[in-house]
Ligand binder design. Structure first.
Ligand code: PMP
Ligand code: GLN
Length: 380
């Protein structure tokens, strides 16, 4: 057998695979991997079934089903005041991860540097490395705000892009208007691409605004903005998302996409095109998940975990120094095996996993699941 020289010698199996396997092995409650344990909307189930029955079962157009692109562009206009052309500036992709990966493949040449803020969603760094790029890591401040001075210091003449993620996984933080201004200053000093991961776009709480890059035409000039239907419409298994970018960038993105995937699952696209005509389906999501966040935070007050605020996404991070001083990966192992609750150690979102003491909880679950988990955590 031939040996394979790994392009990613430093990585193993993802933390989500590992923790979900442990959760099922130990019959633990899974507040680890980010997926809802409640059913997706029945209307969407009917729409996808109808689409299949009506024979929407052959290849969709390479950039995506046009009515879906159109309804998304109407949403961009009404939510973000952005005029995006459905024919030339949006591409439907098999998930948000693929959209991010393809954006990086589109722009990176060997040796290009990409600024990544840590903790970072676990696919970013491997995606950069596989594409020949060099991740340049900058740690967030303790309160998860962005240290723009250190980001500025990380820029070099090889910087090709910066990756941003709001609402943020794993921290639950969101970009503010000041962050947008700081990003603008950074890019004025040295032009670079922005790869913006906005898969949790509608999961923003407390009446705050989602500062989508789509709102800012100057920043959009060099941006790829990536979204996921799975994350917001409770159908992570559909693996469907999209990438918005200006015409020239979209053309370059599609060059890669057409030979990697060509087109995405047709019935799901037809279904979502119908579903999204009803604006309430996305306008109600913030309140829906905020209720879960509030329920979880209230319940966790009875435990010895201390949650950091979560303003968006369906994640919250907690410290636990009143319980143990074990590193987070070890403590997550103890929690799932001995206490029946699966979480994600935040060290999995750092290239240097040592010295971290934070666990990520997913509160995008049924109330009874959260209740059961809290009851177990209260015993610690
Ligand atoms: N980015 C972030 C921050 C995520 O949490 C996820 C969730 N998996 C993704 C991208 C990918 O989304 P998808 O499942 O659509 O690939
Ligand atoms: N985005 C999800 C999370 O952060 C997991 C997706 C995956 O398993 N790759 O939990």
């Amino acid at each position: 057998m031939l040996s394979i020289p790994s392009k990613l010698p430093q990585v193993g199996t993802t933390v989500f695979t590992t923790m979900s396997a442990l959760a099922s092995q130990y019959h633990a409650i899974n507040l680890g991997q980010g997926f809802p344990d409640f059913p997706m909307n029945g209307k969407l189930v009917e729409l996808v079934t109808d689409a299949m029955r009506h024979n929407y079962n052959q290849y969709a157009p390479m950039p995506g089903w046009m009515p879906l692109r159109e309804v998304l562009c109407e949403k961009f206009e009404s939510l973000y005041g952005a005029t995006i052309h459905p024919d030339s500036e949006i591409t439907i992709t098999p998930g948000g991860t693929y959209a991010l990966y393809t954006a990086l493949t589109t722009i990176l040449e060997p040796g290009d540097e990409v600024i990544v803020l840590e903790p970072a969603y676990d696919s970013y760094v491997p995606n950069i490395i596989v594409n020949g790029g060099v991740p340049v890591l900058v740690s967030l401040n303790d309160d998860f705000s962005i240290p723009w001075d250190r980001v500025g210091a990380a820029v070099s003449d090889r910087t090709k892009a910066i990756m941003i993620n709001s609402p943020n996984n794993p921290t639950g933080s969101i970009l503010s208007a000041d962050d947008i201004e700081a990003l603008r200053q950074l890019i004025r000093r040295q032009p670079m691409f922005i790869v913006s991961d906005e898969v949790y776009e509608h999961l923003v709480f407390d009446g705050k605004a989602h500062h989508s890059l789509l709102r800012y035409p100057d920043l959009m000039e060099n941006a790829f903005v990536c979204f996921s239907f799975g994350k917001v419409y409770h159908c992570t298994g559909w693996k469907l998302g999209y990438c918005v970018a200006p015409k020239a960038l979209t053309a370059a993105f599609r060059k890669i996409h057409q030979y990697n995937c060509f087109s995405c699952h047709t019935p799901s696209q037809v279904a979502l095109a119908g579903f999204l005509k009803d604006k309430d389906q996305y306008l109600s999501l913030g309140a829906f998940f905020q209720e879960k966040r509030d329920f979880f935070f209230k319940g966790m007050e009875a435990t010895r975990f201390v949650l950091k605020p979560s303003f968006g996404s369906y994640f919250a991070c907690a410290t636990y120094n009143r319980i143990t001083d074990l590193p987070d990966a070890q403590f997550a192992g103890v929690l799932v095996k001995d206490h029946g609750v699966a979480t994600i150690p935040v060290s999995a979102f750092y290239q240097d996993p040592s010295g971290h003491h934070l666990l990520r909880f997913c509160f995008g679950k049924k109330q009874e699941t959260l209740e059961k988990a809290i009851e177990k955590l209260t015993r610690l």
